[in-house]
Unconditional design. Structure first.
Length: 200
């Protein structure tokens, strides 16, 4: 029997997210917002994302980062290029964009802007304990994360059961250094050891 492919994993995770109760989703998103606010020192930059559909997190996570004093940047997508960035200035500044996403209406900053981020919060369907991330397959983050600072904290945001032992990996995949989950907080990847217990 062959090991599960990326497509198999995507189906499994999305099916699991689809049946999640509204109450459970709300509770997990509240925990992620509380945790996110502890991750980034005030007056530093965090590159985050605007959660859509069943993705972990909510606008409250972005609000919490901003309330903690961070400069919050979120992605602007362009086909087949690294992500550009724009300032998150509240839910009322977001508009519908390509790929089913929501993006700010303000000035667009170049891809290299990610280089000033202390922390990059990356959406993921799953991540394994080696740091291998499963995305949706568009490749935006694999084209972007090499522009981050060498000491930036690269964090996959997932539900607790989406942190798994091993995922399939391609040569172009960029590994994550950390996972952020509602129940376990910030988990160091690569060594399999939990670090910096951040709990709500």
């Amino acid at each position: 029997m062959h090991p599960p492919t990326k497509a198999d994993w995507r189906t499994k995770v999305l099916d699991g997210r689809r049946i999640l109760s509204t109450e459970r989703r709300r509770s997990e998103n509240a925990a992620l917002a509380t945790l996110a606010a502890t991750l980034v020192p005030a007056d530093t930059t965090v590159c985050a994302y605007v959660p859509v559909g069943s993705e972990p997190g909510a606008i409250s996570m972005l609000d919490a980062l901003a309330d903690a004093g961070a400069e919050v940047l979120v992605p602007i997508t362009r086909p087949d290029t690294p992500l550009c960035w724009a300032h998150f200035l509240g839910a009322d500044t977001l508009v519908a964009a390509g790929f089913g996403l929501h993006e700010p209406t303000g000035d667009v900053l170049p891809p290299e802007t990610v280089g000033r981020a202390h922390t990059v919060l990356v959406p993921a369907l799953a991540v394994d304990r080696r740091g291998v991330r499963l995305g949706r397959g568009a490749g935006f983050y694999d084209r972007t994360l090499h522009l981050a600072a060498p000491d930036a904290r690269i964090v996959a945001v997932v539900r607790d059961d989406e942190l798994v032992d091993e995922l399939p990996e391609d040569p172009h995949d960029i590994r994550m250094g950390w996972a952020l989950t509602p129940g376990s907080g910030l988990v160091r990847l690569g060594s399999g050891e939990r670090a910096e217990q951040h709990r709500p």
